[in-house]
Design a protein around this ligand. Structure first.
Ligand code: PEP
Ligand code: MG
Length: 880
């Protein structure tokens, strides 16, 4: 018989798959002898079974639950039915991978009309007993019966306001009893059934609700966003309650062992006395900094500090710890590796290496590749910032970044407007898990309530999204869509700028500058480069991009798209002369002009590359991309080129293609116009010769695009070689260069062995290869791919992440064939997938030499390459 429930004392850290992260860590903390309230965990397997088969818990599971409760009662001396020692429990979800705010918690479970009185008598504190009860009614109602939290909150807040209670702790017992009675009526009004009085019924319904919540929309969105599989289920932790709301010697809080924003090695957290559960993160009362506890309860504080140190050493990582104090006794309710900003992740990883806690390889696995992006993001330009008008000087810098956008007041509006291409800033009193999609869609998030550990702060940090919380001087009125501050107003659609690094907010748009490098960043990236097997080059052609890529330590240029160099007005005229020419002489004439520009551009590129390998690709796109479209443009071009508009139109008509992506493009251009390849080869090698004269070394690699036959490649290779030989002879100089091909048609993959005999290098163009393998137009597929993904017809967008089963297999076949027929051949990947972390894992396992991506993706690609290598070496080690 499968065992579905484990007491904390039966589990360990290693049982995460079965017990979920929270359950496994609770068990581990028990093993470490830390003060953890007793409890048990219902496994993820039980959840998977439930979701597969049932709408109620199986008899098998119910029976096990009974037995576990009996054993639990024995251990704690408490029971649901006991008058003297009443058992109350918390019920919390806990998946293998932490999903903050995604799943739900119920506290004080077991209370009912009868035993709440007994609890009041026993503790001599009726206020406490009824405070627990009204909280249970609220949480249970929301989590299990889906009653909107607002239904309770509105009544509670109104009552407080009408009766002048400033804080919850001021509300006396009889009033809390009255509120509880009203809450029970809300059940009947909202869901036509009463609150279940039987504790066991409460427990089974709560367990079912947690199981079901695994499949709710916001959990799915979070999993999609974080690449968490949908089929691993959640565990449920049932734990004896300890009460942070039982007076002024009690409290609740959470702390990170290091600062999750900056990475500083200093305890960072918040707590509230006489409070329970979500009070700290809900932002209703302003929590105190953790260090203050030292003066309020020095012994408890010292014990807590000792626990945090023990946990960090044990887990070898920064911990995020939840605790409760009950009558001056400390209890630890949760520990997990803390979410952190990219900046903090890097600092913590580097510090842990310096402190001798972890190795460099381990450090590399502690920074999420996706988060690297945020380090490279711009900040506001200093001068522009000085001139800007601040609207909130008092917000908390919850998650760094600098963003500008139009104000919206609901997650829905954020989503809709973002879909229409607007950049939006979401402003809310506080956020809740329902807002997740709106948060994803926004450039930044601003809240009035909540501290550094509020939902908004934690989730935004996880997403690497700019966020400012605790702006208490802003009154955000979501109903009337207006923010009031210092007698002024901001309305929906107004543009504001948010600085997540300082907590300031400004009116209007502010210019930004690129990100600065920290010392930790450089050291960390150095380790990543040392660990990575794959090289990382950049796709770039402008000097600014190339400089950025080399600053990030790109090992060369993997793709210069020469067509990007023709868009300047003067160049375009010459390009158009070339395309519209009616004879070879006219064409060559125009190309002679273009050669001058190209030689200058290549000279700049090779100068910046300074001896690093640089791939220049021959012209690739269909030629009509360079031609005028509107009547007005046609008129202008006919004047510029001195041809009649009719003649021009006829030529445009001749060039029209039904399927330009499958038409006269790629190497086919140079096959039909060899003079194009001649001009480009001459410009490339000519520029190298000029630099030779200055003593600057270059490594040109000339690449032929969209090849599908060996003959195409050989013809063009011959043209290029002949051109270069003639140039060398004329100039009396020699240049070392390579000629290679892109592999971006399925046919090229299948004949890779033959192509490799002719070609000195390959570069996979995964954009075209994906397009041609699926038959999905890369320019139009966006219209249906999201629907395919929503309906589970595709699990990924294959233009963003490699389709391992199809495109991946073509690449694998091609690499194997190529290396077998030409072991010297160098192989790279220069499509978009070259910068995608998941795809990089696949490429690392093949005999591919490098990937190439846009400059700002270079650090992420280096880290992904390093992580793949560390992981595959670990697996090799483990299998020895
Ligand atoms: C490709 O097809 O993957 C590629 C790099 O070329 P382009 O995107 O320029 O077609
Ligand atoms: Mg291509």
């Amino acid at each position: 018989m499968t065992k579905y429930i484990y007491a904390f004392s039966e589990g360990s850290q290693a049982m995460k798959d079965l017990l979920g992260g929270k359950g496994a860590n609770l068990a581990e903390m028990k093993r470490l002898g830390l003060p953890v309230p007793d409890g048990f965990t219902i496994t993820t397997e039980a959840c998977i079974e439930y979701l597969k088969h049932g709408s109620t818990l199986s008899n098998e599971l119910k029976e096990e639950l009974h037995n576990q409760l009996a054993a639990f009662s024995e251990r704690t001396g408490k029971a649901f039915s006991s008058n003297e020692n009443l058992l109350l429990v918390s019920v919390r979800s806990g998946a293998k991978i932490s999903m903050p705010g995604m799943m739900d918690t119920i506290l004080n479970l077991g209370l009912n009309d009868e035993n709440v009185e007994k609890l009041a008598d026993k503790t001599g504190d009726a206020r406490f007993a009824y405070d627990c009860y009204r909280r249970l009614l609220q949480m249970f109602g929301q989590v299990v019966y889906g009653i909107p939290m607002n239904a309770f909150d509105q009544y509670f807040d109104k009552y407080k306001e009408e009766h002048g209670y400033e804080v919850d702790a001021d509300i006396p017992a009889e009033v809390l009893k009255e509120i509880s009675d009203r809450f029970k009526e809300i059940y009947v009004e909202e869901v036509y059934k009463p609150f279940p009085q039987e504790p066991l019924k409460q427990l089974t319904e709560a367990v079912e609700a947690v199981f079901k919540s695994w499949d709710n929309d916001r959990a799915r969105v979070y999993r999609d966003l974080n690449d968490i599989p949908h089929d691993i289920g959640t565990a449920v932790n049932v734990q004896e309650m300890v009460f942070g709301n039982s007076g002024d010697r009690s409290g609740t809080g959470l702390a990170f062992t290091r600062n999750p924003v900056t990475g500083e090695n200093k305890l960072f957290g918040e707590y509230l006395l006489n409070a329970q559960g979500e009070d700290v993160v809900a932002g209703i009362r302003t929590p105190k900094e953790i260090a203050t506890l030292d003066s309020q309860m020095p012994d408890v504080y010292q014990e807590f500090v000792d626990v945090t140190e023990k946990l960090e050493t044990h887990y070898k990582d920064m911990q995020d710890i939840e605790f409760t104090i009950e009558n001056a006794n400390l209890y630890i309710l949760q520990t997990r590796n803390g979410k952190r900003t990219a900046k903090a992740a890097m600092k913590i990883a580097v510090d842990l290496v310096d402190e001798g806690v972890i190795t460099k390889d381990e450090a590399l696995t502690k920074v999420d590749v996706k988060s690297i992006d945020t380090l490279l993001h711009p900040a506001f330009e200093e001068k522009a910032l000085e001139a800007a008008e601040a609207i909130s000087e008092a917000g908390l810098p919850a998650s760094p970044g600098a963003s500008t956008g139009k104000v919206v007041f609901s997650a829905e509006d954020a989503k809709t407007q973002a879909e229409q291409g607007e950049k939006v800033i979401l402003m809310r009193p506080e956020t809740s898990p329902e807002d997740i999609e709106g948060m994803v869609a926004s450039e930044a998030i601003v809240t009035t309530h909540g501290g550094m550990t509020s939902h908004a702060a934690v989730v935004a940090r996880g997403m690497g999204k700019c966020c400012v919380t605790g702006c208490s001087n802003l009154n955000i009125d979501t109903e009337n869509k207006v923010v009031n501050y210092h007698g002024k107003e901001i309305h929906e659609g107004d543009v504001i700028s948010v600085d997540g690094s300082t907590g300031n907010i400004y009116l209007g748009e502010i210019e930004t500058t690129s990100a600065e490098h920290s010392e930790e960043f450089d050291r960390f990236m150095q380790w990543a480069e040392e660990a990575a097997r794959l090289g990382v080059r950049m796709n770039a052609e402008t000097p600014a991009d190339i400089q950025a890529g080399y600053q990030f330590d790109a090992s060369g240029i993997g793709l210069v798209r020469t067509e990007h160099m023709f868009f300047g007005a003067e160049r375009l005229v010459q390009m158009r002369r070339f395309i519209l020419a009616s004879s070879k002489e006219e064409r060559v004439d125009a190309l002679n002009e273009i050669r001058k520009y190209q030689t200058e551009d290549f000279e700049e590129i090779f100068r910046l590359s300074n001896g690093r390998p640089t791939i220049v690709r021959l012209l690739d796109p269909p030629l009509h991309e360079f031609l005028p479209k509107s009547e007005e443009e046609i008129q202008i071009v006919s004047n510029q080129l001195d041809v009649q508009p009719d003649v021009l139109k006829k030529r445009l008509n001749d060039l029209h293609e039904v399927n330009p992506m499958l038409g006269h493009r790629g190497c086919r251009l140079a096959v039909t116009y060899p003079e194009l390849a001649e001009m480009q080869a001459e410009a490339i090698i000519g520029s190298v010769m000029r630099l030779q004269a200055e003593g600057i070394e270059s490594k040109p690699e000339i690449m032929i695009p969209l090849v599908s036959t060996v003959e195409e490649f050989k013809t063009l290779k011959d043209t290029i070689q002949t051109t270069i030989s003639e140039l060398e002879e004329r100039e009396n100089k020699t240049v070392n260069y390579l000629i290679g091909t892109m592999i971006e048609t399925p046919r090229a993959c299948l004949i890779a062995g033959q192509l490799a005999q002719e070609s000195e290098f390959f570069s996979f163009g995964t954009n075209d290869l994906t397009q041609l393998t699926y038959g999905f137009s890369r320019d139009d597929a966006g219209k249906f791919i999201s629907e395919y993904i929503n309906r589970d017809l595709l699990t990924i967008d294959p233009f963003q992440t490699l389709d391992v089963d199809g495109v991946g297999q073509l690449i694998k076949t091609a690499v194997e064939q190529a290396k077998a027929s030409n072991p010297q051949i160098k192989i790279g990947v220069c499509g978009e997938l070259g910068g995608d972390p998941k795809s990089i894992h696949f490429f690392n396992d093949l005999a591919i030499d490098y990937v190439s991506c846009s400059p700002f993706r270079v650090p992420g690609a280096i880290l992904a390459a390093a992580q793949s290598q560390v992981e595959s070496e670990r697996l090799v080690g483990a299998n020895k």
